[in-house]
Design a protein around this ligand. Structure first.
Ligand code: AFP
Length: 340
C-alpha cells in the first residue's frame, strides 16, 4: 500500500492554507493579502463555473458591445469583469483596479479602500470561447504605501515592483498558478471540494525547450531578429533537432504549456503593430513575473520586460518569454542587429 501517496491525498494543501503558511513567515502581516487572494479565488471559481456552463446557459455569443481596444466583447467577458470588480472591491483590500475591459481605472471608494492595486484581464483569449478552447484570467498586484492617497502613478510602475502575479486557466482542469515573489506554485480546482489544491509545487521551467509558440500568420511583417529566430527554430544551425510549433492563441494556455514543458512564447512587434498586441499591465507583466520566478526570462526586444515603465494603463509591448536559454538566443539576435 502506498502510505506516502495516501498521506498526500488526505493532507490537502489548499491555496488558502498555502498562503496562510506563507503569511506566518511575515510576522508583521495582518492577513490582508490572504483576504485579497480569497476574493480573487472566488472570482476564478465563479468564472470557471460560468465557462463550464456557457454553452448550456446560452451565455456565449456577442453582447453587442466593444471594449477599449475596439474588440467585440462576449457576454462572458462582461460577466467575468463584473464578477472580479465586485469581488475585489468587496474584499476591502484594494484601492485601484485596472481591467482589460474598462477604459478607465476604477478607484475604490474610500470606505472600502485597502492598500493593493490589482491589474487584471478577467477573461483572456475570449475569441476561443465559442469553440471551447482553454481561456483564462490573468492578474498582477502592486501595493501602495501605507496611508498614501492612491493615484494612477501607483499602477504605472515597472513590473519588477509587483508583489504577486498569477493566472487561472479554464481548461481540461481549472488551474491557478501563483507567485508571491518566492517561486511559482500551481493549484488545481477539485470541483467536488470547491477548493484549489496544490498540485504543482515550486514550478521550474526547463532551461531549454523543444517548442516555440507564435502566430506565424504575421511572419511577413516581422523584423529581422524575429524572422531569424523562427527560422532557426525550424532549421537549427547547430545540429540540434528543430523545435515543434504549438500555438493556441490564448495567452494563458500558451504560457502555461511553456511554463510546464519549456520553450518560448513570442508575440513580437511587426510592421503593422510596432508595440505588438499584448498589454503590459495585465498580460506582459504578470506572465513575465511568473517566468522569472520559475527560472526563465522575459524580454521585449529591447530590455528585460519587468523593467518597462508603462505610460498608460492599456499600453502594449512585444514579448518573448520562456526557457532561459531560448530567450537568451533571441536576445543575442536583437543585440547583433543593434550593433549593425
Ligand atoms: P482575445 O481575447 O481577443 O482572444 O485575444 C487573446 C490574446 O490577447 C492573447 O490571449 C493571445 O496570446 C493573443 O491575443 C493572440 O493573438 P492573435 O490572435 O493575434 O495570435
Amino acid at each position: 500500500m502506498d502510505h506516502a501517496g495516501d498521506a498526500a491525498r488526505t493532507d490537502l494543501m489548499t491555496i488558502t492554507r498555502y498562503v496562510l503558511n506563507e503569511q506566518t513567515k511575515h510576522p508583521e502581516s495582518r492577513g490582508d493579502f490572504t483576504i485579497l487572494l480569497n476574493h480573487i479565488v472566488l472570482g476564478c471559481k465563479f468564472v470557471c463555473s460560468s465557462v463550464n456552463k456557457a454553452g448550456l446557459a446560452k451565455l456565449i455569443g456577442l453582447a453587442g458591445e466593444t471594449n477599449v481596444q475596439g474588440e467585440e466583447q462576449k457576454k462572458l467577458d462582461v460577466l467575468s469583469n463584473e464578477v472580479f470588480i465586485k469581488a475585489l472591491v468587496s474584499s476591502g483590500r484594494t484601492c485601484i483596479l485596472v481591467s482589460e475591459e474598462d477604459e478607465e481605472a476604477t478607484f475604490v471608494e474610500p470606505s472600502l479602500r485597502g492598500k493593493y492595486c490589482v491589474m487584471f484581464d478577467p477573461l483572456d483569449g475570449s475569441s476561443n470561447i465559442d469553440c471551447c478552447v482553454s481561456i483564462g484570467t490573468i492578474f498582477g498586484i502592486y501595493m501602495i504605501k501605507d496611508g498614501k492617497e492612491p493615484t494612477l502613478e501607483d499602477v504605472l510602475q515597472p513590473g519588477r515592483d509587483m508583489l504577486a502575479a498569477g493566472y487561472c486557466m479554464y481548461g481540461s482542469s481549472c488551474t491557478l498558478v501563483l507567485s508571491t515573489g518566492s517561486g511559482v506554485n500551481g493549484f488545481t480546482l477539485d470541483p467536488s471540494l470547491g477548493e484549489f489544491i496544490l498540485t504543482h509545487p515550486d514550478i521550474k521551467i526547463p532551461k531549454k525547450g523543444k517548442i516555440y509558440s507564435v502566430n506565424e500568420g504575421n511572419a511577413k511583417n516581422w523584423n529581422g531578429p524575429t524572422s531569424k529566430y523562427v527560422q532557426k527554430c525550424k532549421f537549427p544551425d547547430d545540429g540540434s533537432s528543430p523545435k515543434s510549433l504549438r500555438y493556441i492563441g490564448s495567452m494563458v494556455a500558451d504560457v502555461h504549456r511553456t511554463l510546464l514543458y519549456g520553450g518560448i512564447f513570442l508575440y513580437p512587434a511587426d510592421k503593422k503593430s510596432p508595440n505588438g498586441k499584448l498589454r503590459v499591465l495585465y498580460e506582459v507583466f504578470p506572465m513575465s513575473f511568473l517566468m522569472e520566478q520559475a527560472g526563465g526570462q522575459a524580454f521585449t526586444g529591447k530590455q528585460r520586460a519587468l523593467d518597462l515603465v508603462p505610460k498608460k494603463i492599456h499600453d502594449r509591448s512585444p514579448i518573448f518569454l520562456g526557457s532561459y536559454d531560448d530567450v537568451e538566443e533571441i536576445k543575442a539576435l536583437y543585440a547583433a542587429e543593434e550593433k549593425e
